[in-house]
Design a protein around this ligand. Structure first.
Ligand SMILES: Cc1cc2nc3c(=O)[nH]c(=O)nc-3n(C[C@H](O)[C@H](O)[C@H](O)COP(=O)(O)OP(=O)(O)OC[C@H]3O[C@@H](n4cnc5c(N)ncnc54)[C@H](O)[C@@H]3O)c2cc1C
Length: 282
């Protein structure tokens, strides 16, 4: 097996052109599990960890934020990134253990594209743009077009995910998940709620209750008709409960080794109710 260790995106793309069958590895927290269980036996690998360009983030002039695909979760949990995208900080804090968060990245979450990936509901709630680059072209794809199924995405084999761009919203945002225990756990159900007061929008995205992350468009519209999103008034408990019920109706869960569909549907309803209650009391 060969392992290329590029120091720039250009070098990484050159390596990918020279060895088109190579597998990209960033933090390795998904990839090494696959290799250790013999689910994957790559002949060539390209390790992205030393590509500094992927490990940076930038606040853009148009009130957006671009986060490199190699920025580890631990950097999102605290500091300025936490201030700018609180829901991402909350999601990052729920990923695995400190060791996993030191290595694991959004690029890897997007590469694996599991519906239970904790970064993904946040990216869906924020209508993130995914940046993809190949040796001779770059493109931007809405997160809604990027994730196409369970562990399936629209990345071409010759492309590297270089980062994501999200808007900096003006309003409360948060993330919550349910698992079989409180820490070191893959989501059984998860939800991200984000409010933008200037555009009077409320966004809710669900994880682990469908083949892709689900945006609950009907519940979003319903809620924005019930309350004035731009005002900081407390939300009636009955409205919060009905919001949870409507969110649950939009989930498409299945039974599997982690949970029953019925429990998952119940759980996302409760998570949505709690998130909107937290938002209204903040
Ligand atoms: C003990 C443990 C606990 C975990 N807990 C959680 C959890 O609570 N929540 C959660 O969401 N996940 C969890 N995970 C899974 C994993 O940590 C995350 O999915 C993480 O985001 C993967 O990032 P990574 O950089 O390590 O990806 P890697 O393992 O390096 O890569 C994952 C996939 O993405 C591809 N890839 C990586 N970078 C790029 C790129 N720049 N361009 C194109 N493709 C790329 C790789 O080729 C590979 O297919 C856990 C894993 C372990 C081992």
């Amino acid at each position: 097996m060969t392992v290329a260790i590029p120091l720039s995106i250009r070098e990484a793309l050159d390596a990918l052109s020279n060895t088109p069958d190579a597998r990209l590895i960033q933090g390795g927290t998904d990839m090494m599990v696959e290799i250790n269980f013999n689910h994957l036996k790559p002949h060539n690998m390209i390790a992205l960890r030393r590509v500094q360009e992927l490990r940076t983030w930038t606040k853009n002039a148009d009130n957006t934020l671009t986060i490199g695909s190699g920025v580890p979760y631990q950097e999102m949990e605290t500091g300025e990134l936490k201030q700018l995208v609180p829901a991402l900080a909350e999601a990052a804090r729920t990923v695995g253990s400190p060791q996993i968060r030191a290595a694991g990245t959004l690029g890897g979450n997007l590469g694996t594209c599991s519906p239970a990936g904790d970064g993904l509901p946040v990216l869906f709630a924020l209508d993130a743009i995914v940046h993809l680059q190949s040796a001779d072209a770059s493109r931007k794809l809405s997160i809604h077009d990027f994730m196409v199924g369970v562990k399936r995405n629209a990345r071409n084999a010759n492309e590297i995910i270089t980062g994501v761009t999200v808007p900096l919203l003006d309003g409360w945002q948060g993330y919550a998940k349910v698992g079989v225990r409180n820490a070191m756990v893959i989501s059984v159900a998860s939800a991200c709620l984000a409010i933008d007061k200037p555009t009077r929008s409320v966004r809710i995205a669900l994880g682990a209750v469908g083949p892709t992350i689900i945006r609950c468009r009907d519940a979003e519209v319903w809620l924005s008709e019930q309350i004035d999103i731009s005002a900081s008034t407390a939300i009636d408990a009955a409205v919060a409960k009905e919001f949870g019920r409507r969110v649950a109706l939009e989930s498409k869960p299945i039974d599997d080794h982690r949970s029953t569909a019925e429990y998952r549907r119940h759980a996302v309803g409760v998570l949505a109710q709690r998130l909107i209650t937290r938002a209204s009391s903040s």
